[in-house]
Design a binder for this molecule. Structure first.
Ligand SMILES: [Zn+2]
Length: 96
């Protein structure tokens, strides 16, 4: 089986700066307060700062363009299946 180099995780360090459009100037920025750290800890978003123009803002850690519909379909099936199995176990063994 051929293994595909499939990764949802995207590092915005190699992204274009939204302000000055320079590639490769974004650096991860530390959260300034509790709220920003909470966002960072969620794992979905990260704060970035541009070394060129000083732009600072949120960038997503995930690239939705790489997410194919086939994968979405598989994920949904897996979620439904897991939910069904969990429900079955709960009804069968817990709720007696
Ligand atoms: Zn910039």
């Amino acid at each position: 089986m051929k293994t595909q180099n499939f990764s949802l995780y995207k590092d915005s360090v190699f992204d274009k700066c939204p302000e000055c459009k320079t590639v490769g100037t974004l650096r991860r920025s530390r959260g300034r307060n509790f709220f920003e750290n909470m966002i960072k800890n969620s794992g979905f978003l990260n704060y970035y700062r541009c070394r060129e123009c000083g732009w600072r803002g949120l960038r997503s850690n995930f690239s939705l363009k790489k997410l194919s519909w086939k994968m979405v379909f598989y994920y949904i099936i897996m979620i439904i299946l897991t939910a069904y199995i969990v429900k079955f176990i709960v009804v069968r063994f817990v709720m007696k």
